[in-house]
Design a protein around this ligand. Structure first.
Ligand SMILES: [Zn+2]
Length: 428
């Protein structure tokens, strides 16, 4: 459930953990009193009461604290006019804290001034990100954000990233195994497989791409549909969608798990790198002879092509669609850069969808700042590193001596949730 308390700031984790210790050292006999709005139930503030303050509150109906810093009775609002009328006083099981339902009698409660120039209605106006400590941490492994096998009410809803990668890789490798039996000629075998991958069967790659997006959301209980199942019957304007996602789910994901909404956008392209790595590992460690060149080239070209498309100032024609029908993001890489640079911008401020209903999820090129565009262009160039790969031209295992075999591959993927673009070279 969304907390009722409005907040107007996010903040780093820097609380005064010594406060109670300091009060205890002063030797004051005080009890903490939580002040809750009698009608809205918002928590307004917390103060301390000694015996006199509590007695005065009960007798006058005006909330009165003991100021632990000034060491004097403090009738709340005596100088500011923001007094509090006590309506009910509750005490907890151990009789060491109070809960006071009160009605504010002035325009505000907190002594701080809010963005509108008046006293804030609650002292709890700062919000700690649930992820504050690890907001920009290194995504050492994308599968950190994988969902386990997801089922709901006993029915299967989404595979994990690892499962989907296995399924797609196995599909290609098994198909290639049988296709190569059509001829004994090696060049002919490769040609048949490449044509099959490039022209006839891109479907498992697209399915895999969308399942990676879905796994990030499934981890937080967000339902979605992979529309690649309708690739040949319902493909609209060349766009395959992950639909069925609610705006409220995306708002929640960005608000409470900002690194995950960034990874959500990147997960599709990461899936292709994951599949390539999976197949090449099998070639190297298990010495499999499957002719998977078509799919490896498709992955490398596709990632670069998709990134390049995100840097073009062109928008595809999209049909009118309801919130339930629309894709969760549009161009992945634009949304990635947009959220990467604006981790604190609430998702709901993206604007209204052109249909007039719901949030405008599709980030257009025009909407990106020049800094974001530059970053996107630089990131696109780094995808050329994926072509530095001996596996693409048939070198799966480079034998140096009887006991030493190695291989290498340039690999660039979206592995970070901060703004530093990195590439990694994995020795397998
Ligand atoms: Zn995608």
């Amino acid at each position: 459930m969304k907390p009722n308390t409005p907040t107007d700031q996010t903040t780093a984790f820097s609380p005064d953990l010594d406060k109670l210790f300091k009060i205890a050292q002063e030797g004051e006999a005080v009890i903490p009193a939580i002040i809750q709005h009698n009608d809205t139930k918002d928590v307004l503030m917390l103060g301390y009461m000694n015996r006199v303050a509590l007695k005065q509150t009960m007798e006058t109906g005006r909330v009165t604290f003991w100021s632990t810093s000034r060491r004097e009775l403090w009738v709340k609002g005596a100088t500011s006019g923001n007094t509090l009328r006590a309506m009910r006083i509750l005490i907890n099981c151990e009789q060491n804290s109070l809960l006071i339902y009160a009605l504010p009698e002035g325009p505000g409660v907190c002594h701080t001034i809010g963005n509108n120039g008046t006293h804030r209605p609650t002292c709890y106006y700062r919000e700690l990100s649930l992820y504050s400590a690890e907001k920009y941490r290194f995504f050492a492994d994308g599968t950190l954000y994988d969902s386990p096998f997801v089922s709901e009410n006993g029915s299967y809803t989404a595979p994990s990233m690892q499962q989907a990668t296995e399924v797609s890789s196995n599909f290609y490798q098994l198909t290639h195994f049988y296709l190569q039996k059509l001829t004994d000629n090696k060049a002919g075998q490769i040609a048949i497989n490449v044509i099959f991958d490039a022209l006839l069967m891109p479907h498992p790659i697209i399915w895999l791409h969308e399942e990676h997006h879905r796994a990030v959301m499934a981890r937080r209980g967000i339902n979605s549909r992979n529309e690649s199942y309708f690739l040949y019957s319902k493909l609209e304007g060349g766009v395959v969608k992950v639909s069925g996602v609610k705006d409220s789910d995306l708002i929640r994901l960005k608000r409470y798990y900002p690194p995950e909404i960034i990874y959500l956008h990147t997960a599709g392209i990461v899936s292709m790198t994951a599949m390539t790595r999976h197949i090449e590992s099998r070639w190297f460690f298990h010495e499999t002879e499957s002719l998977d060149y078509g799919i490896l080239w498709t992955n490398a070209v596709n990632n670069f092509y998709y990134m390049s498309a995100c840097t073009q100032n062109e928008e595809p024609e999209l049909p009118e669609e309801t919130e339930d029908e629309r894709d969760f993001t549009g161009f992945d890489c634009r949304a990635w850069v947009y959220d990467l640079f604006r981790p604190d911008e609430p998702y709901e401020t993206r604007g209204i969808h052109r249909s007039g209903q719901g949030i405008d999820r599709y980030i257009t090129y025009a909407k990106l700042s020049s800094e974001e565009r530059n970053y996107l262009s630089n990131a696109t160039q780094l995808y050329l590193l994926n072509f530095i790969d001996p596996n693409l031209i048939g070198f799966h295992r480079i034998q140096v001596s009887e006991n030493f075999v190695f291989n290498f591959a340039g690999r660039h993927s979206w592995l970070r949730s901060d703004k530093r673009v990195r590439w990694i070279c994995i020795l397998i």
